[in-house]
Design a protein around this ligand. Structure first.
Ligand SMILES: CCCCNCc1ccc(S(N)(=O)=O)cc1
Ligand SMILES: [Zn+2]
Length: 251
């Protein structure tokens, strides 16, 4: 994939009104009490009985096969189905996340991608609809190892090159990839952060980061992308906020 600065030519929506990621200016975010209590954000994931990993040339992706559901919060009455998760990261710890918080970049960002199964028939059908997708963004910071992420980081060596796929014969519970606090998040209307950049994503970015070990981050940086280079800095820089408001669920 070419550099983000070149995307505008082939994908004019790159300069659209609801592009992602964004810099989250915490002082400008508006508290929204409506996303608490009975309609709090809720995940109901079924653990994967085997783990399908793909090096798709610009990230490492886990294709979900079990029924996993995200509801509540900013999603109204609709039920969003977990489709896949993947990550973005830097060449070093000081950069790598896509969203930033008051200009701060994290070392990596995990995206759990869901599609609106209440209104659409498949991910492909939902991916271009304004209320088609919901993505959970989880910031990653260097620290202790994340045990559930070992399923991915321990197999990066076998997924080195673009197009490599493998099925790991072990279970994986996506719930264990989430931060302990899933009540505090920012949410706003945005887009896919890679081409085709469709403006179809309700973003939910958790305030609390998750820790991965140095070794787990290094495993990501040793992957090879579709250009044959080390897969690093596969993050899009923040796009203009334009006429959007960011909501927050905490004071
Ligand atoms: C039409 C086929 C689209 C395939 N690619 C989907 C896709 C791209 C980016 C993200 S992200 N990085 O915004 O979560 C999720 C899913
Ligand atoms: Zn992503």
């Amino acid at each position: 994939m070419k550099r983000p600065s070149t995307w505008g030519k082939d994908f004019p929506i790159a300069n659209g009104e609801r592009q992602s990621p964004i810099d989250i200016v915490t002082s400008a975010a508006e508290y929204d009490s409506d996303v608490q209590g009975s309609n709090a954000l809720s995940t109901n994931y079924t653990p994967e009985s085997e783990v399908k990993l793909v090096n798709n040339g610009h990230s490492i992706m886990c294709q979900i096969t079990k029924k996993g559901v995200l509801t509540g919060g900013p999603l109204g009455k609709d039920e969003y189905r977990l489709e896949q998760f993947h990550l973005h990261w830097g060449a070093e710890d000081g950069r790598g996340s896509e969203h930033t918080v008051d200009g701060k970049m994290y070392a990596s960002e995990l995206h759990l991608v869901h599609w609106n199964a209440s209104k659409y028939s498949s991910f492909a059908d939902a991916v271009q609809k304004p209320d088609g997708l919901a993505v959970l963004g989880i910031f990653i910071t260097p620290g202790v190892a994340c045990n559930q992420f070992k399923v991915i980081s321990d197999n990066c060596g076998k997924l080195k090159t673009s197009g490599a796929e493998m099925t790991v014969d072990t279970t994986l519970d996506p719930t264990l990839l989430l931060p302990s606090n899933t009540s505090d998040y920012w949410t706003y209307l945005g887009s896919l952060t890679t081409p085709p950049l469709f403006e179809s994503v309700t973003w939910i970015v958790f305030k609390e980061p998750v820790e991965y070990s140095k070794e787990q981050l290094l495993a990501l940086r040793n992957l090879v992308d579709s250009d044959g280079n080390h897969m690093q800095d596969n993050y899009r820089p923040p796009a203009a906020l334009k006429q959007r408001k960011v909501k927050k669920t905490f004071t």
